[in-house]
Structure formats: C-alpha cells, structure tokens
Design a binder for this molecule. Structure first.
Ligand code: B12
Length: 210
C-alpha cells in the first residue's frame, strides 16, 4: 500500500498520481496493488463527498483519474496473465446506475483470464441482460452496481432472468460499491465478489475453469 499514491488521488493531484503510478509499475510494484491503492483513495473521496467537503466535480475528476490510472495499469496486467478463451460471461452495470470504473476492471480481469466477455455497459435494463443471455447462451452473468438503488435493479434483473425461464441456465454474481452478501441474498443471486479477482474466481468455479 502506498500512502503517497492514495493521497495524490484523494487530493485530486492527477499528474503526480499518474507519474507515481508509472514509477511504481516500472519498479515492479504488482499492478493489483496500484488498483488496491485506487480503491483506498476512492473510499476517501467518497467519504469527503458524503461529508460535503467534495462535490460532484471532484467525483467526476476522481472518475477520470481512475480511468487514466487503470489504462496505465492494464498493459502490466496483460503481461501477467494470458490464457485460452474459456466460457462466456455477460456483464453490465444495472439499471439506474452509471458507475463503470469498477465494472470495467472486472471486464478486463475476466478477459485476461480467458473469458469471452459481453459487456453491456451502464444503466442496463433487466431485459437487455435477458436478451444477451438468450443470444449468447452465456452460463455466467455479472451484475455491477455502486448506488444503493442498484440493489433493487439487481433484484429486478434476477427476476427478469427467472421470468424468461433462464434462471437455471446461469449463475449470477453481484458486486461493486456497497454490495455485499446480504445484497446477494436480497437479489437472489448465486455469488457476491468484493473485487475483480473474486469475479474471476467465481466464474472459474462455476465453469470448471479451476
Ligand atoms: C467515481 C464516482 C462517480 C463517477 C463515476 C464515473 C464512472 N465512469 O464510473 C460519477 C461522477 C459519474 C459519479 C456519479 C454519481 N455518484 Co458516484 N462515486 C464515485 C466514487 C468516488 C468511486 C467509484 C469507483 O469508481 N470506484 C473505483 C472502483 C475501482 O471501485 P472498486 O469498488 O474497487 O471496484 C471493484 C469492486 O467494486 C468490484 N466490482 C465492481 N463491479 C462488480 C461486479 C461483480 C459481479 C463483482 C463480483 C465485483 C465487482 O470489482 C472492482 C474492481 O476490483 C464512489 C465512492 C466510493 N467509495 O466508491 C462514489 C459513489 C458510488 N457515488 C455516489 C453517488 C451518490 C453518485 C451520484 C448519485 C451523485 C449525484 N448526486 O449525482 C451519481 C450517480 C449517477 C448514477 N445514476 O449512477 C455514492 C453512492 C451512495 C449510495 N449509497 O447510493 C458514492 C458511494 C459516494 C458517496 N460516498 O456518497 N460517481
């Protein structure tokens, strides 16, 4: 954990944060550690937003900073793991929610771990998930959400999958922000993952990938 990197991000010092991340990656810091630092920094940003110290522009800037940082980290992750394509996974940020940075990391990690990923993007309606599952016959679905209201959308999405008669054909995982195992239970999903690696582990477990 680098307190310096966390501080640069939390203080919105984008150039310094990017330069330090580059330096750390070149020095051999594991790319996942940089992403962990990003998450720690986002906790601080989120808290300051809640306390009224930061406002929407800071959230937007934090989002942009994270995008640049993950772009920086990606080539290093690619170098780490490359495997043959395994099962299909349908991924999306659920209806009403436009947060996609965490979802994009999940998409990326599934991809480099050999899954064929169908990324539906943000604010995805339950029916769009249903249609994509029917079209691709993907055995795994990953629902991402960062807002409390996304819990309801996750539930609605699982219900729509059930109503379409596809529930027994897919395993569904939930994750992102404040999502936890209670939300998984509320939404009647099959698994919950804290981070992108957990998403990969669940997908592997469910598809016999190891
Ligand atoms: C950046 C940000 C934004 C950016 C998003 C940019 C983007 N392109 O995504 C912008 C500015 C657009 C934004 C908007 C809003 N935001 Co916002 N945002 C954030 C912030 C600061 C960071 C989120 C983030 O990207 N984190 C970084 C990633 C990498 O996080 P991560 O958790 O480590 O990701 C991992 C896991 O989540 C997991 N994961 C993710 N998805 C999945 C899926 C599966 C299946 C699995 C297994 C795992 C998994 O894997 C990821 C990678 O390891 C959070 C604060 C916070 N602490 O999270 C608030 C936060 C989520 N936002 C919040 C709010 C309120 C809003 C707004 C409503 C503000 C407003 N008044 O308009 C709007 C919402 C608009 C909408 N309809 O969605 C609140 C939500 C409160 C709540 N309980 O509902 C938060 C918590 C801030 C706060 N503390 O108040 N936001």
């Amino acid at each position: 954990m680098s307190d310096k990197l966390i501080n640069y991000i939390a203080e919105m010092e984008e150039d310094e944060a990017l330069a330090l991340a580059k330096e750390m990656l070149d020095a051999g810091t594991p790319p996942m550690q940089i992403l962990d630092d990003c998450r720690a920094a986002m906790e601080i940003v989120g808290q300051r937003f809640e306390e009224g110290e930061y406002f929407l522009p800071e959230l937007i800037l934090a989002g942009e900073m994270l995008k640049s940082l993950s772009a920086e980290v990606k080539p290093y992750l690619e170098g780490e793991q490359q495997v043959e394509k395994q099962a299909k996974v349908v991924v999306g940020t659920v209806k009403g929610d436009i947060h996609d940075i965490g979802k994009d990391v999940v998409v990326f990690m599934l991809d480099v771990n050999g899954f064929e990923v169908f990324d539906l993007g943000i604010d995805v309606a339950p029916q769009a998930f249903v249609d994509k599952i029917a079209e691709t016959k993907a055995p795994v679905v990953a629902l991402s959400g960062f807002l409390t209201l996304s819990f309801e959308s996750m539930k609605e999405t699982v219900e729509a999958i059930q109503a379409a008669g596809l529930r027994d054909k897919v395993k569904i995982m939930v994750g992102g922000g404040a999502v936890d195992d209670q939300v998984r239970e509320y939404a009647s999903a099959d698994g919950y993952g804290l981070d992108a690696m957990a998403a990969v582990s669940l997908a592997k477990q469910w598809t016999g990938g190891d």
